[in-house]
Design a protein around this ligand. Structure first.
Ligand SMILES: [Zn+2]
Length: 82
């Protein structure tokens, strides 16, 4: 599940919240555990789930012969799975 870091705007404490994965974000109580402040700002600092910019990650093209001499090309783009 994706983990997001949020920083409390009052005391600056950084805390992690698990969002998404079918749950509404409203179900997660976004509240600073240190001071109880409910104003948290998103911190984007770490790669949570997906590696991007991999070396050697190129689109893979696989050709197939389909039907009457036609060639179908299937292009698989690297990246997060759909
Ligand atoms: Zn706080």
């Amino acid at each position: 599940m994706p983990i997001y870091e949020f920083k409390c705007v009052q005391c600056g404490d950084i805390q992690e919240f698990i969002l998404g994965a079918g749950n509404d974000s409203e179900e997660v109580e976004m509240k600073c555990k240190a001071c109880g402040c409910e104003t948290l700002e998103r911190v984007i600092s770490r790669v949570g789930c997906c590696k991007t910019g991999q070396q050697g990650a190129k689109p893979q093209v696989s050709s197939q012969t389909c039907g009457s001499g036609n060639t179908c090309a299937t292009i698989d783009l690297p990246g997060p799975s759909r």
